[in-house]
Structures are given as structure tokens and as C-alpha cells.
Unconditional design. Sequence first.
Length: 353
Amino acid sequence: MSLTEHLATILNPPRRYPSILPAVTFNQTCEDFEVEELPAYLPDGDGEHLYLWIEKRDLPAAELLSRLARSLQVSSRDIGVAGQKDRRAVTRQFVSVPRTAESSLSKIDDDRIRILSVSAHGNKLRTGHLNGNRFSIVLRSKSGEPFQTSQADAVAERLQLLATQGFPNYFGPQRFGHDGRSAIDGMAFVKGQLSVKQWKFQQRHFMIKMVASAAQSAVLNLSLAARVTAETCATPLSGDVVCRKDGVRPFLFDERGETPAEQLVPMGPMPGPKMMLATGAILTAETEVLQQLEVTAEDFLRQKKVTSGTRRSYMAYPSNTFAELISDGAIRVSFELSAGNFATVLLSEIAAD
């Protein structure tokens, strides 16, 4: 089977828990989906980079960089962000720009971008320079029927369950582009079958990173889907690479020493030269996933500048969870997730598609 035959599973993988709400919508307005970045550190007020605390509305990440670069007359490659934020949302996040652009800040005249504060720091903001994100999301029934207090209470209980037992740490469908196009392009790229000249020069660096990451993410989702189906997504097995529930450092489960298995979480593959290899039956299963997608580990090694490789925890655990019924019969949920976890994936463990 090829990637296209597996796209349905990659984009809409199996859930761990049955739905407790009917199908919902959470993007009738941008205000229904709010995200606030939880930075790993705050700017110290001195340095060669400006940290802009911005609010963007209904704007994709690539377009944010393009608009800032155009207004500030800098290269988009000189603009730093800690993480990609949802398009159909109100999001607040840090963006770093060269300090030489300070005099041009007043040229940012955009109804979708608002600068809330400005400070300086010594380094450019890099991907991963954040602890996580805080979400506030309004869930509305697609049928138009108002929710009841009992349903809001059930959602609060489900969120508590997810906080203690976790949910499958899939990449959300937005990672893979419209109809999985980014994943398809990413697989072609790592196999050397895609010309980067199809993209404008100023967008090329961003697009290469995006599609290469989508290819790695497709491998992760398909591998995790098999573990969810087998009901072993939260259960470390012999041969697994694991990490502690509150950690990220990978090590082999069979070399855990006296650490109890219940303190550990399996980690899935994001192929590349720096990825720690599993062993035994787990390595065989992960290799079979690559074969299903018609790629090899060597393909990812050839593109090591953008597919360095890592391991991703198979489970995610929200914190500071809350749910309430609001005046129009919708349910507002709020929670915090670690960097790289997808709110839409969490919501799929609550509501039907």
C-alpha cells in the first residue's frame, strides 16, 4: 500500500476513548478558538533581536512571516517563532525580528496582526523555544441543539481522565496540509523526487521544513495508530524507546533498570539520523510502517538538514483543565498542552467527527 492509501488513517486516526459529545464545531468565529503561547523564557531587554508579543487573527503561520517581512523589509528567514499556531483562531505569541527593524515597526499596518508589547533579547527565537500553549475553545453542536449542564460536566470529567491517563499524541490534520498535500510532497522530497523550485525563493526554506516535517509526522501517526488499535499506546513493550511521563529524554525500555513501567511512556519514530532506534519486534513494526509508506530510513538520512530525527511521546497529558456551559448553550473548555501537542487531537477524544 502507498501513502495515498494510508492518508485516511494518518489524517483521521483511531481514537482511544468513545465520544461523549455529538459532532461539534469550534471555529464559527476566531474568538471561539484562542491560543496563548507559554514561553520557555522571557526577553531580558537587551540584545540584537526584538521580541514582539503579538496577537494574530485568522492568519496562517507562513502568511504571518510574509506580512512581517514585507512590512519590516527583512528576510523571512531572519524572523523567529517558537511554534506554529492555528490559522482560524486568535493567537498570542512571541515573534523575534532583527533589532535593525525597530524603526519600521510603525509600518506594520495590518488588521490581522497587533503588536501587544516589544522587548529585546540576545538570541533569535527558535522552533521549540516554548513550554506549551494555553487554549480556550468554544464547542458548539453542529446540529444547533444547545448542550446541557450534564454534558458540560461530562466534558470536565473526560478532561480530568485525559490529564491522568493521557491521549494519543497524534499530529493533527493541519500538519499535513489540505487533503494531506504536505505529507505527499514531503515523502516525494525525502525520496529526491520533488523539485523545490516549485516554491518562490523567499518561501522555499519554510516550505522545505514544513513538508519534510509532514513526512516524519505521517510515519509517527501511522505507527501510533497501530498501537492505539492494539491498545498498547500507553504500555511500554520490550524493544520500545521510552521516556518518563514528565520528561523527553529517550532510552530503551529494556535498559530502564529499576524504573517502574507505569512511570514510562512509549515513544514513536520521527525518522532521521539522530533518532534512537527501537529493537526487536518494535523495530520490525516501525520498519514495516516505512515500507507501507514506500520510503526507507535511508531516505530520511539523505535529507538530514531538515529531518535530523527524534522520538515523540505516544501520549500527551493536558493540565489546568476546565469546562463550563456558557449562556448560548455552548461549552467552553480550557487546558494547557506541552509544546507540540495538538488541541484538535485532544478534542477528538471528546466529540464525534
